[in-house]
Design a protein around this ligand. Structure first.
Ligand code: F6P
Length: 323
């Protein structure tokens, strides 16, 4: 079996579980006898040659750590043909047979550009947003939802003590998955997502209704793609006598130790990416579907970037009204 020289980088927003994926890539590669090359600061480092050979000890003790030991970046220069050509030169200099890219939608677009230039690239979906359509889950999403659940508990304690309502803004870019899953599980009384637009006046009426029925502390989750917590709070304050406080969870969602589900997903995807390279596969994006690791052509991986399940939203609406 031939020995490969495999590069690995993380790109875009960091996500809990990226380290678990790096560990899996490196350990599985070493088990084949491969040379594993860690590229620092994503595509920026690929253009500048920030490359280091990784040994087993480099990935020891990282499965439980949030963030990414390889660091990450969002690179404007790499979007240009010149930047991409520079990255190709560097990979040729390092004699890379393949590059594994761990990141989200934007990172996959970068990987597609390298595939067009002749590099063999494998994409591993790492983003808290869960906005990549061909995979049921992306690495980091489960941890982000668990983080939101934990914070909601603390917010609820103080809201209850004052008979207040909270509107909690969560991340996700244009995708409402973090909001919806957190609303189902934390839970929240009302969820506002870009995919299921809801009239704010109607949502405010529901808060009034809850108050009249004796529920003084309602919890609202708003996806960043559906608006700002501060704007919704202002709207409710202007149209009702409900006292409401906006909270923006921000980067708290993206940090911390990955959950078991994310560590497992990252480990399976990372190992499989290396196996695919050894099987002679080219330019694949990996994911999970019905608990099986799947792979699709990386060119098709960004065609459909939604996972949102409207039936979950409908169920949430039915279960969180006071009748
Ligand atoms: O894509 C991950 C994400 O955390 C989004 O949910 C959020 O909109 C964005 O990144 C924040 O980007 P930045 O890290 O550049 O502030």
């Amino acid at each position: 079996m031939s020995i490969m020289r495999i590069g690995v980088l993380t790109s875009g927003g960091d996500t809990p579980g990226m380290n678990a994926a790096i560990r899996a890539v490196v350990r599985r590669g070493l088990s084949f006898g491969d040379v594993m090359l860690g590229v620092y600061h994503g595509y920026e480092g690929l253009m500048d040659g920030r490359v280091k050979q990784l040994q087993s000890s480099d990935v020891h003790g990282i499965i439980q750590r949030g963030g990414t030991i390889l660091r990450t970046a969002r690179s404007e220069v790499f979007r240009t043909p010149e930047g991409q050509a520079k990255a190709m030169q560097l990979m040729t200099a390092y004699e890379m047979d393949a590059l594994i890219v761990i990141g989200g939608d934007g990172s996959f677009h970068g990987a597609q550009a390298l595939a067009d230039l002749g590099m063999n690239v494998m994409g591993i979906p790492g983003t808290i947003d869960n906005d990549i359509g061909y995979t049921d889950f992306t690495i980091g999403f489960d941890t982000a939802v668990n983080n939101v659940m934990g914070e909601m508990e603390k917010i609820r304690d103080t809201m209850r003590s004052h008979d207040r309502v909270a509107v909690v803004e969560v991340m996700g870019r244009a995708c409402g998955d973090i909001a919806l899953w957190s609303a189902m599980t934390a839970p929240a009384d009302i969820v506002l997502t870009p995919e299921s637009p809801r009239d704010w006046g109607e949502a405010a009426s529901q808060l009034m209704h809850n108050k009249l029925k004796g529920r003084f502390t309602s919890m609202v989750i708003i996806a960043e793609g559906a608006g700002k917590a501060a704007d919704f709070a202002k709207f409710v304050q202007e149209h009702t006598d409900v006292e409401i406080k906006p909270v923006v969870l921000s980067y708290i969602q993206r940090g911390g130790a990955p959950t078991a589900a994310d560590r497992m997903l990252a480990t399976r995807l990372g190992a499989r990416a290396v196996e695919l390279i050894h099987e002679g596969a080219r330019n694949r994006a990996l994911g999970i579907h019905d608990n099986h690791i799947v792979d699709v052509d990386i060119k098709d991986s960004t065609a459909h970037n939604e996972n949102y399940d409207q039936s979950l939203y409908d169920l949430h609406s039915k279960m969180n009204r006071i009748y």
